[in-house]
Design a protein around this ligand. Structure first.
Ligand SMILES: Nc1ncnc2c1ncn2[C@@H]1O[C@H](COP(=O)(O)OP(=O)(O)OP(=O)(O)O)[C@@H](O)[C@H]1O
Length: 368
């Protein structure tokens, strides 16, 4: 567990945090510009000293104002990857990588360069690397310093679209291999959906949400970030097999079947699915003659939450529960009235579209 209790006072801006974060997985730090994301990670890494507070990483106390503990950044065992790679320009990639490695662990060096796909770049200098390659080297250098925490501050920010996507694929490989926690600052919700396990949202120096991504995604502080068209729920489902004839994969969501376009993940993999509120319709009895493959029983948990904007568009949001997971549906107020949809009703949801945002959630891998 990482505990973050801290107050940073840059008058007039004040950052005030009292949270804990799991000691494994990727925690995305999200919020608008000036919300305090960089101030938070700078306090954790020791670049900024909070006025008061206590920051711990497992059993290790990094900062404690009462006990007058303030470990220097170099003693915190934190790997830092910035928006720009910040490699030493006069050193080869190989030298850049080994620079911060405390002991010459060749096996580990080999593992890291292979994971990040930088084996062929070792003899080059940073000036001969693309932006994405530089970032991969910077990540490798941070990992080889044997950190107990990795902080990435918008590592894809300086990259163009295709390079961003390429780096994300490497980050995904990393995510399944790393056994240390990662704090990942990002402005991109798409990126967060692909790689994060947890999410902490900052607003004007205060934490407005913190927890597993699936929970935070469905929470009230997320709503202002998503337009009606983007409103969606995240669920996890298990891959159980493939259709014998059609190119479809069968998933299990709380004992119910969902069919998605064929994916290559192994049987038993846990996949994260994003289901848009506009892609769900509600019926009271199970339809038979329909082109829609995914029809699941659900219970209405809430009708017309705060988003219900009957005056403006006539649409409102219905929260539905399938086992322990929730879906959102945007439907018209007219349909709600016509079907007499009420909290607690058993209905069926028809899913017109399902996208997979992250595969292999439970994959076990090497340890470094
Ligand atoms: N050393 C400082 N002295 C005074 N104010 C500061 C200092 N560092 C940051 N701030 C202010 O604190 C607020 C939060 O800044 P911070 O860089 O943490 O935000 P952020 O969420 O990382 O923003 P961005 O996404 O734009 O990087 C801003 O209003 C900023 O001007």
């Amino acid at each position: 567990m990482i505990t973050l209790t801290l107050n940073v006072d840059h008058k007039p801006f004040k950052l005030s945090v009292d949270e804990s974060i799991p000691s494994s997985g990727i925690t995305a730090i999200f919020g608008r510009s000036g919300a305090g994301k960089t101030s938070l990670i700078n306090a954790v890494s020791g670049l900024v000293a909070p006025q008061s507070g206590r920051i711990t990483l497992g059993d290790k106390v990094l900062f404690d104002s009462d006990a007058k503990i303030d470990l220097a950044p170099e003693h915190r065992r934190i790997g830092y990857v910035f928006q720009e790679a910040r490699l030493f320009p006069h050193m080869s990639v190989e030298k850049n990588l080994s620079y911060g490695q405390p002991n010459e662990d060749k096996a580990k060096f080999g593992e890291v360069i292979q994971l990040l796909g930088i084996e062929d770049l070792l003899k080059r200098h940073p000036s001969a690397l693309s932006g994405g390659e530089k970032q991969r080297v910077a990540i490798g250098r941070a990992l080889l310093s044997e950190p107990e925490l990795l902080i990435m501050d918008e590592p894809t920010a300086s990259l163009d679209g295709p390079r961003k996507q390429e780096l994300i694929q490497y980050l995904l490989r990393l995510a399944t291999s790393l056994k240390i926690p990662v704090l990942y600052v990002s402005h991109s919700l798409d990126e967060i959906l692909q790689i994060a396990d947890n999410m902490l949202i900052l607003n004007e120096g205060q934490v407005v949400a913190n927890g597993p991504l699936l929970e935070v995604w469905g929470s009230a502080p997320m709503r202002p970030w998503l337009s009606t068209r983007e409103q969606s729920a995240l669920v996890t489902a298990k891959l159980i097999g493939h259709h014998p004839i059609y190119g479809m994969t069968q998933l299990d969501l709380e004992g119910e079947t969902i069919w998605v376009t064929k994916v290559d993940d192994a049987k038993g993999s846990m996949l994260r699915l994003r289901i848009f509120a506009n892609d769900i319709s509600i019926v009271k009895s199970r339809p038979t003659d329909t082109s829609i493959r995914n029809i699941l029983p659900a219970v209405i948990e809430e009708v017309c939450r705060a988003e219900c904007d009957e005056n403006a568009s006539g649409y409102c949001q219905v929260v539905l529960r399938i086992g322990n997971q929730r879906l959102l549906a945007n439907i018209t107020q007219w349909a709600v009235d016509d079907l007499h949809l009420l909290q607690g009703d058993s209905v069926f949801v028809q899913l017109k579209g399902v996208s997979i945002t992250k595969g292999d959630l439970a994959q076990e891998n090497k340890n470094f």
